[in-house]
Design a protein around this ligand. Structure first.
Ligand code: TMP
Length: 205
């Protein structure tokens, strides 16, 4: 991995699917094995992008869908140019908690901006920059809601409406029909998911 360009991996999935906990476990493993890596997240990853995140995910806001998309693209551009690409150039493994697929699903599909329209903006503005591989966590709506009930709501998208999570799941199903995606059954045990992720990463680096 070191001598060539690095490897860019994203974690995607609906609310409460366990991505962030799995990223922490992976971080521990990579540290132990002395594999160079960075972890980051979207929206966010740079100071500017984190400020945009606060505006985008605020529960009460008057930002419309066009404005939200443009803010996400601006945040992503800054993240790619200042964090992701420089790390990949150093030969590092880059792990991002969410990336462009979240925009295709949440804004493109669920909020009706249009998946194709979102993808074409991504192509035009961000040169279609995408992860090498994406772990996609699948979890049924009932399980999502059961897990969210034990959490304090943090943003405008972790609400408890069944229809919203059904739509998110459907969106991921629609956009994940290619080889970039590695599907994870998020209802499985934390340790078995961790094993699957580690063995996949070891095959890639
Ligand atoms: P999370 O970091 O807890 O997963 O929350 C981030 C939220 O932001 C999640 O509800 C999905 C949403 N989101 C979008 O709507 N569009 C995007 O492009 C990204 C990256 C996230």
């Amino acid at each position: 991995m070191n001598k060539k360009k690095g490897l860019f991996i994203s974690f995607e999935g609906p609310e409460a699917s366990g991505k962030s906990s799995q990223i922490l476990l992976l971080q521990k493993y990579l540290t132990k094995k002395k594999i160079p890596f960075i972890t980051t997240r979207e929206p966010g990853g740079t100071k500017l992008a984190e400020s945009l995140r606060n505006l985008i995910l605020k529960k009460k806001s008057d930002i419309n869908i066009d404005e939200e998309i443009l803010m996400l693209m601006a945040a992503r551009s800054h993240h790619i140019n200042n964090v992701i690409k420089p790390s990949l150039d150093k030969g590092s493994l880059v792990i991002s908690d969410r990336f462009a697929d979240s925009t295709f699903v949440y804004q493109g599909y669920v909020n009706n901006f249009g998946i194709q329209k979102t993808k074409s903006l991504h192509k035009n503005i961000l040169n279609n920059f995408l992860p090498h591989k994406t772990f996609l966590f699948n979890l049924s709506t009932s399980k999502i809601i059961a897990r969210l009930k034990n959490r304090k709501s943090k943003n405008k998208y972790d609400k408890l409406e069944r229809n919203f999570h059904d739509q998110v799941n459907r969106g991921y199903e629609l956009i994940s029909k290619n080889k970039r995606f590695i599907k994870i059954d998020a209802s499985k045990s934390i340790s078995s998911i961790n094993k699957k992720i580690i063995s996949t990463i070891n095959l890639l680096i």
